[in-house]
Structures are given as structure tokens and as C-alpha cells.
Design a protein. Structure first.
Length: 150
């Protein structure tokens, strides 16, 4: 997992990689807000922009993916994201290949980060992540998730 400011993305992912393509899309979206929905990028990468209400952390389940890494960034609002390694987590819903997701039971070992505009988090297949958790009370966020094939 990586958590940093968007302007530091080049420290982790050199130009010409699919990750850099994803960050270029994020930077562009922060200037010219595209509509909610799926946006195809290159090399099998794509971005999803969605607007939704955050919810209390106990109401959410950690998830992971096998085929894609996630770059998550907020265009507006704030949300808490839980995270921890998938190793040792108890599965709540078995992996579904059709939508590349496995859900886990909540764990007391979970760590949290505060995601807000200007920051990003990258979650790799070994990283369980629980997005969409509210900071203090449910709030509306506009989020961009770039899916990078791994």
C-alpha cells in the first residue's frame, strides 16, 4: 500500500507505466471534472468515478482484488479507508472472478487513513482495503478509482 500526495506519484511510478497513465487521468480529472461512470484508459486500465454517501466503518467490509491494483483519490469530500494485509484475514464472501473482488470479515488489526482531495492511496492485491467509511457522520464524496492490471 502507498499513501501520499498526488504530486509525489512520480516518486513511485515512472513515466510510461500504466500507473503513470492512471495518475495523469487523476490530475486531469482534478482540473476538468469528468462525469460519473467508467472511463477506459490504455493497456486494460480504466477509471471509475462515482458519487456516494460514506457509512460507519463497522457497516463496511474489507475487500481485495487479484487482477487489479487500485489507485484511489477523492475529487471532493473526505472518507476514512481501513487497510491491512490480506494474509490471515477471514473471508466473508469468496472471491468472484467476474468482478475481481473478495470480501473479508472486519478485524481489530485494521489500520486507517484519511483520504481527501490531493491525496491518493494505492492498494495492491495483498492489501485489504475498506473504502467509503465516514469521518464523523455520513457525508457525500466524489471518488475516482483507477484500476491497473497487475
Amino acid at each position: 500500500m502507498i499513501f501520499d500526495r498526488i504530486e509525489n506519484s512520480g516518486l513511485y511510478f515512472p513515466s510510461g507505466t500504466l500507473f503513470s497513465v492512471g495518475f495523469d487521468f487523476i490530475k486531469s480529472a482534478m482540473r476538468d471534472l469528468p462525469p460519473d461512470g467508467k472511463h477506459e484508459l490504455k493497456g486494460g486500465a480504466y477509471a471509475m468515478i462515482q458519487t456516494y454517501q460514506t457509512a460507519p466503518a463497522p457497516d463496511k467490509k474489507p475487500e481485495s482484488h487479484k487482477k487489479f491494483a487500485d489507485i484511489q483519490a477523492l475529487l471532493s469530500g473526505r472518507e476514512v479507508v481501513g487497510f491491512q494485509p490480506t494474509n490471515g484475514l477471514e473471508t466473508a464472501v469468496e472471491y468472484r472472478e467476474d468482478n475481481d473482488v473478495c470480501f473479508y470479515k472486519n478485524s481489530p488489526e485494521e489500520n486507517y487513513l484519511l483520504l481527501q482531495s490531493g491525496l491518493f492511496a494505492v492498494f495492491f492485491p495483498v492489501d485489504a482495503h475498506k473504502p467509503g467509511c465516514c469521518v464523523a457522520a455520513p457525508d457525500e464524496v466524489r471518488k475516482l478509482v483507477v484500476k491497473i492490471p497487475v
